[in-house]
Design a protein around this ligand. Structure first.
Ligand code: B12
Ligand code: SF4
Length: 488
């Protein structure tokens, strides 16, 4: 069968959204190419990097629907597989499915990714899809295609991780069977997209990216259960890691085939297994790879210490992102469920700073229970710790999380910023409780960045020069200025 995988276009409020390669569908493509005889193609609507203003505070990222339809027509697929990485991109995703369905009613539509995995029932009831694959997709998608193509005996009714309508009745089989040995999955099929566009895209992710850069995933899922995170419902309850040797092979491949110099390690919990991360760092050093790497998705502070950070640094780690979430220990542990002490944070941040590793700390503003006093502890912490950068997001009750459940039960969600609003992903508060109003949260966000900037302005200037990222700013600022001018 001819199978075309599609990464749909996005809409977003600003023209400076960070977009990295769609590793999910590239993994699926690689798996199917290796283990099946299906003919696989990919339309990555985002790999042309075009951004168009389409409304007041609204930008279109990637191919237009007309361009996407043209590409589908050229491939003549029997099946299209469409991904959706963010729940908040639901409307863009459904819009894309609508267009495909109306132009190609005979083509089977299969979907997967974050939103379809969390809401399979809702997705199949849209009437826009034939099958929804839940969670990690390689094996379920492979078997689904084989059964549809009569290459495998078996019933769809028994297939792991799938939802569909069978004569109008919902079949919903949860995902139970995850790939144990991740080395069994080939490297992402980067050759199927315009990969050079991602490699040379001049946007900085926490200090790196000005040189030739790529993303890599060395493990799947995370054993923790933070109240705002639904990761485990997509990639399973248990952390699984690729072997160090397999990871080094991929890095060598990226360096030799694509000339990669900067690596974004996108894992959810890269440093979870100490012996593995030690072997990866040793492997990079022994192979003489002169790459720089960072962890834009955050690494767990509890897994770090001076010795490990020192080794990471020697292997090319330039910056780390760490998830502190709040300066208040009680809120961090009792509400968020992080199990992370202020003293451990202090120890790790000072160790990294002493080693010259740049540190960006992620915080959440507006978690239920965040009183003014607790928020003041966050402000104290970002000033007192030797951090190089901070990023704050408003607490966001993504459907499928414990936080969402709590917000529904307590009536804390802001209606005008509900999950149906497609364009609000980061910039507005989502929750109000007795501890804060919407206006108060907006003030807190401003205070957060103002406090950090005032305290660290010299560090910021020094880092910009040290990381040689100065060249990044003119094009970025041009985009910001253009956006502001066009807006008025
Ligand atoms: C890379 C990444 C980013 C990159 C950018 C991604 C991009 N589009 O450009 C950066 C670092 C910039 C980023 C930013 C953010 N991110 Co992010 N990010 C990721 C990350 C770490 C990796 C995605 C990935 O490649 N996964 C690896 C592949 C193998 O997994 P997968 O995509 O799920 O695909 C598998 C299955 O889902 C399935 N599948 C997928 N598609 C399809 C299609 C078909 C047809 C089939 C059959 C199966 C299938 O099979 C695949 C292989 O097994 C994920 C976490 C994660 N581990 O997935 C978070 C994640 C997607 N991000 C998340 C969030 C919340 C954000 C932010 C909002 C964070 C913030 N507060 O700033 C921002 C938003 C940015 C934006 N674009 O709007 C959440 C989304 C949650 C949700 N329910 O929506 C995730 C899941 C992390 C989490 N811990 O919950 N992110
Ligand atoms: S540590 Fe990160 S990936 Fe793990 S549960 Fe918490 S937010 Fe999710």
């Amino acid at each position: 069968m001819k199978v075309l995988l599609i990464n749909p276009p996005y809409t977003y409020q600003t023209p400076w959204l960070q977009i990295t390669e769609p590793l999910g569908i590239l993994y699926l493509a690689a798996y199917l190419r290796s283990y099946s005889s299906h003919n696989i193609g990919v339309v990555d609507c985002l790999d042309n990097h075009s951004i168009h203003k389409i409304g007041k505070r609204l930008y279109w990222y990637g191919l237009t629907h007309v361009e996407m339809i043209k590409k589908i027509s050229e491939f003549v697929p029997d099946v299209v597989g469409v991904t959706c990485m963010f729940s908040k991109k639901k409307n863009d995703f459904l819009g894309c499915l609508r267009v495909i369905k109306s132009h190609f009613p005979a083509i089977k539509i299969i979907v997967g990714g974050t939103y379809p995995s969390l809401f399979p029932e809702e997705v199949v009831h849209t009437g826009l899809v034939d099958y929804c694959v839940i969670g990690e997709g390689e094996t379920s998608f492979h078997r689904l295609l084989n059964i549809l193509d009569n290459k495998e005996n078996g019933s769809l009714l028994d297939l792991d991780g799938i939802a569909f309508l069978n004569n109008g009745n919902l079949v919903l089989n949860p995902k139970l069977d995850y790939i144990e040995n991740l080395d069994h999955i080939p490297f992402p099929a980067r050759d199927l997209i315009n990969y050079e566009a991602y490699i040379t895209r001049k946007s900085v992710l926490h200090g790196l990216g000005l040189r030739r850069s790529a993303s890599i995933l060395t493990s799947r899922s995370c054993p923790n259960r933070c109240n705002f995170c639904s990761m485990y419902r997509i990639h399973g309850p248990r952390w699984r890691g690729r072997s160090a040797a397999n990871v080094i092979d991929e890095i060598l491949h990226l360096v030799r085939e694509f000339g990669i110099q900067d690596l974004f390690v996108m894992d959810d919990n890269f440093t979870f297994k100490r012996d593995r991360i030690v072997a990866i760092c040793d492997g990079i050093i022994q192979a003489g790879l002169r790459i720089r790497w960072n962890t834009p998705n955050g690494i767990s502070i509890n897994t770090l210490d001076y010795e490990l950070l020192n080794l990471m640094k020697k292997s090319g780690c330039k910056s780390i992102c760490i998830a502190i979430e709040t300066g208040d220990e009680e809120l961090r542990n009792k509400v968020i469920g992080k199990r992370l002490s202020n003293s451990k944070i202090k120890e790790v941040v000072h160790s990294a700073a002493n080693l010259g590793i740049f540190i960006t700390a992620f915080y959440i503003i507006g978690m239920p229970g965040e009183t003014r006093d607790k928020f003041a502890k966050t402000l104290q912490q970002i000033v007192s710790l030797p951090l190089n950068g901070v990023a704050a997001a408003f607490a966001n009750p993504l459907p499928g999380t414990k936080l969402y459940q709590d917000c529904i039960e307590n009536n804390w969600c802001l209606l005008e910023n509900s999950s149906d609003d497609n364009h609000n992903i980061l910039y507005k508060p989502f929750i109000v409780t007795n501890d804060f109003s919407e206006e108060e949260l907006i003030k807190r966000e401003k205070a957060f960045y103002r406090t950090f900037m005032r305290a660290k302005i010299f560090t910021i200037i020094k880092d910009t020069l040290l990381m040689r990222n100065l060249l990044i700013y003119p094009p970025f600022l041009m985009r910001v200025v253009k956006d502001r001018l066009l807006r008025h």
